[in-house]
Ligand binder design. Structure first.
Ligand SMILES: Cc1ncc(COP(=O)(O)O)c(C=O)c1O
Length: 424
């Protein structure tokens, strides 16, 4: 069974309970409660994650595969964390690879895949992507691999699928696309793009770093070859995690030391891992599942609980997004990039980028920061997009990231401060 069949019977998100789980949300700055609108750069963590990291040090701090108790506990913890991420991705535990962060994982994988590519082979990247899903593939140009970059439709910052279709050819060996843009929030049709890649005989690599806190990931439904995300963007510690189809994790050859285990997924995890943080990853997934069980006590498995959590957080985030965009319409100098039509909100997540007149985004971020409103300014490493929109020379944009622990009250405070800024 998949939990409560009637969606109306599910409980709405209990934001008060959510916020109780995150101790740092109680911080004050300059006498104001801190409003964390910086989630796309890294979310806050619930108490469960902090406890898991501490508990690791207290009870299981040892290296792997030793013939003594703390080492066995460490091995059991890693296995449990892999099982948690497997539920998160909807795959098997040995299809989950842990690593330092998305960028490091992607450079390592790209280098390994690059060993098998020949001059004339091509890889597709996009203008919408974070450079973590561009530079590792572009590095293969040194081996003669051709890189083709798919453009965007400038008016709504969505991927130009016609351009993508033109650029996918029999020479294409891999298509690297983001699930969602970390600058403008666009959600890409990654299932459709995976079909196009496979029809051309190419592999599909999805960067789900930005999408992961905003929607459920199902690697089986997507049929992607690889997918990567970073737990620190979905309420966990600073780490990365990769899903790979087992045949690829076996076939491609990682750069590794000789004595290290050569079976997947371990062969991809170079050196000693950040084990205390892996403990935190399991706790982050369990936190989301706990949230799901509160929203729908009828769910069975952890996977179902995760889906129930997103079924509650997505409408909450969309309501905040609607409130923010409605409020921004009342600030004439504010220009929002990306999709603004409520009828198309399913094509975007709750990450907004904007400019106010010719004001430098750092100036706005500082004004807000002084008032306890934490936002980001710049290009957030979505370099090609910032260049394509002609913003790179102007300081990029102001980014407001809304996640499930944010509130309507925080959005209203932000809007009031932006009004005040614009009226100066
Ligand atoms: C969409 C996207 N991809 C990749 C990255 C890089 O992730 P990491 O910091 O784990 O290397 C980020 C980080 O902001 C991101 O937002």
């Amino acid at each position: 069974m998949h939990g409560t069949e009637n969606p109306a019977a599910r409980a709405a998100l209990d934001v008060a309970w959510v916020r109780e789980q995150f101790p740092s949300l109680k911080l004050h700055v300059n006498g104001q409660p801190a409003a964390f609108l910086d989630g796309p750069a890294g979310t806050q963590v619930p108490r469960q994650v902090m406890d898991a990291v501490q508990n690791y040090y207290l009870t299981a701090n040892a290296n792997t595969c030793g013939a003594f108790e703390t080492s066995r506990r460490n091995d059991a913890m890693i296995a449990a964390a892999r099982a948690a991420m497997a539920d998160f991705f909807n795959c098997a535990p040995d299809e989950v690879v842990f690593g330092q962060n998305m960028t490091t994982i992607t450079f390592a994988l790209a280098r390994s895949i690059g060993r098998e590519l020949r001059p004339g082979d091509e890889i597709i990247v996009t203008t919408l992507d974070h450079d973590g899903n561009v530079a590792p593939w572009r590095a293969l140009e040194e081996n003669g691999v051709g890189i083709r970059q798919v453009d965007i439709r400038q008016q709504d910052c969505t991927l130009d699928l016609d351009d993508l279709k033109r650029k996918i050819t029999p020479r294409t060996k891999l298509v690297a696309v983001g699930y969602a843009s970390n600058m403008v929030g666009t959600i890409n049709p990654v299932a459709e793009i995976t079909r196009l890649a496979h029809a051309a005989g190419a592999l599909m690599f999805i960067d789900a770093v930005h999408y992961a806190p905003h929607g459920p990931i199902d690697v089986q439904a997507l049929d992607t070859d690889f997918l990567v995300c970073s737990p620190y963007k979905f309420f966990g510690p600073h780490m990365g995690a990769l899903y790979g189809k087992p045949e690829h994790l076996r076939r491609f050859k990682p750069y590794k030391v000789r004595p290290a285990c050569d079976t997947p997924p371990d062969r991809w995890e170079t050196g000693t891992q950040m084990q205390e943080l892996i403990a935190g990853v399991e706790a982050a997934v369990n936190y989301i599942a706990e949230l799901g069980r509160r929203c729908d006590p009828g769910v069975g498995s952890r996977r179902e609980a995760l889906l129930a959590a997103y079924a509650a957080t997505v409408p909450h985030e969309r309501a905040l997004l609607t409130r923010l965009l409605d409020g921004l319409r009342a600030i004439p100098a504010a220009k929002v990039f990306g999709i603004t039509d409520p009828a198309r909100f399913h094509e975007r997540c709750s990450t907004i980028s904007l400019r106010i007149g010719e004001h430098h985004p750092t100036e706005i971020a500082r004004f807000l920061g002084d008032r306890g409103l934490f936002t980001w300014d710049g290009n957030f490493y979505a370099l090609s997009l910032s260049e394509r929109l002609g913003l790179e020379e102007k300081g990029g944009v102001l980014r407001i990231g809304l996640v499930h622990y944010n509130t309507a009250g925080e959005v209203d405070r932000l809007l009031a401060a932006l009004h005040e800024f614009a009226a100066r």
